[in-house]
Design a protein around this ligand. Structure first.
Ligand code: MN
Length: 278
């Protein structure tokens, strides 16, 4: 079985979004604009309250899904039709915006630290106007697979026969992986699917003849065929692994709306302004 190679590395960029939340944008930058089906990956990781207290006040979404994963700290959310809740340390929320959601998201620290990720997953045209849906998975229900020298939290998809609690509308894998020093992780991914690896601690050792060795804060874009194989450096490594089937459709996007055509974007704006989006 062949293994995927690292095709390129992308450094995240610090940006400000919402009402002034400072974060590292990993996908959704000029260097990694759209890694089909992934639109955005943002990392919130700070001990400075000023970086996040303004939060993300009421805003709309249409045409895709947002996945919020809190490693440390909480995210308090509320939508325009009365759904609300708090994601706490280790929890996952898989939110299908579908035809429309208007909500607020307010980050809160735990013991001084806020650390989490928000991923935007695109939907194919046939599913863009799906009914909105939330799947809230508290940390105790997040599937964790522990074996010799590795721990894998299964946020979406299937790892080694263990399926995530969240159902996804399209084939997505999302894993939080911790490897001890010099351990090799392998995971089969269908040929043609996108595979991305974001290192948040430690480093990966070059392997498969690759010159690239991603370190903390770096996204590795993998080739399209074979297994994912990751060799931990002598200090070990912790990373997020994302896999997904490319949608291969035209993308029209404006801020919180991601559709196929400009006309659909204009319609989303009209629906939001007339109060019929959500
Ligand atoms: Mn949102």
């Amino acid at each position: 079985m062949t293994s995927r190679t690292i095709e390129r590395l992308v450094e995240g960029q610090f940006v400000s979004d919402g009402a002034g939340v400072r974060m590292r944008r990993i996908i959704g930058t000029p260097q990694a604009d759209y890694l089909d089906p992934f639109l955005i990956l943002d990392e919130f990781r700070t001990e400075e309250a000023d970086d996040y207290v303004a939060g993300f006040p009421s805003h709309p979404h249409r045409g895709f899904e947002t996945v919020t994963y809190m490693i440390h700290g909480r995210m308090r959310h509320q939508d325009s039709v009365g759904n609300s809740g708090v994601l706490s340390d280790g929890a996952v929320q898989w939110m299908t915006a579908g035809r429309g959601i208007i909500h607020s998201e307010m980050p809160e620290q735990t013991n001084g630290l806020l650390w989490g990720y928000q991923l935007w997953v695109n939907l194919p045209s046939a599913l863009k106007m799906s009914p909105p849906q939330y799947q809230d998975i508290p940390t105790r229900d997040v599937v964790e697979v522990m074996s010799n020298r590795e721990t894998v939290r299964v946020l979406a998809g299937n790892y080694d026969g263990h399926s995530a609690k969240a159902d996804t509308l399209t084939p997505i894998g999302y894993f939080d992986v911790k490897l001890e020093a010099d351990h090799t992780f392998t995971h089969p991914v269908p040929d043609g699917h996108t595979a991305l690896l974001y290192v948040y601690e430690g480093a990966v050792e070059p392997s498969n003849g690759s010159e690239f060795a991603p370190t903390t804060g770096t996204l590795a874009v993998l080739s399209r065929t074979g297994d994912v194989e990751v060799l931990a450096s002598s200090q070990g490594v912790k990373f997020l692994l994302l896999t997904g089937e490319p949608i291969n459709e035209p993308v029209a996007r404006m801020g919180p709306f991601v559709m196929n055509t400009e006309e659909e974007i204009h319609q989303a704006v009209r629906d939001y302004q007339s109060g019929t989006l959500a």
